[in-house]
Unconditional design. Sequence first.
Length: 291
Amino acid sequence: MAKQSLRKSGFTMLLPKILKTLILAIACFLLVFVTIPSSLANESPKATDLDSTSLPTIITSSHRSFKNRDRDKYRHPMETLEFFGLRPDMTVVELWPGSGWYTEILAPFLDQKGQLIVTNFDPEKVKPVKLFQDKLAANPEVFGSVKVVQIDPPTDLTLAPNNTVDMVLTFRNLHDWVSEGYADQVIEAAYKALKPGGILGIEEHRGKSGISLQESAVTGYLSEDRVIDAVEKAGFKLVEKSEINANPLDTKDYPGGVWTLPPALRQGETDKARYLAIGESDCMTLKFVKP
């Protein structure tokens, strides 16, 4: 009995030490458990390492506004860029980037291995251009490697040195060039800049066939067959066309032209629900090559 009492007494004395060791072990385990996810969270895609990620990751990244991401259902950026054959090691010219909707995707994708060149007018003369320039300057982690080439069409349209560019892209701009009277000059400038085998990718509001470019441009729509003719006239060859950005609901007969539809909605509240139900315009998506 005395020995048994001694054993109990010894165990009782050791119990606090055992509990202390157990508590320390649990604390260390919890510290490791919390630290690992925290460190992994810090390694999740930032603006600075978006270049090493896939297009889907860039497209869903928070550096793009919700408003811009909400348009993906109409514009299908991943499918469109994959159709054109975009690779991260390319030198790409984006013509007339507008507010930078596609620039937000192209810039980080090309940042590390490639080069993005965007064209723009004199920012001191055109307010939207100044806003675009400010957007680039405000986020150097995303746009720091973007090269801006100032143009002044129809005379000053040098996009890059001849035969140095892998791809030239333009999204919903061709109707403006036609309206301004310098569409041929822009297409020729793209041809000069591209390497042999280089790609010209065009997305444009698709109008009814057979109508001249000049006649239909005032509505914002262009005839697909006439666009193909104009581009091939400059020396390009049509490789393929896609229905990625087609919209069969678009009747193309609105009082305010293509700008009646979202995102412009220039008719205001008049028939707004109808135009929202239609969605953005029916677009041709054309891939050309410089032989």
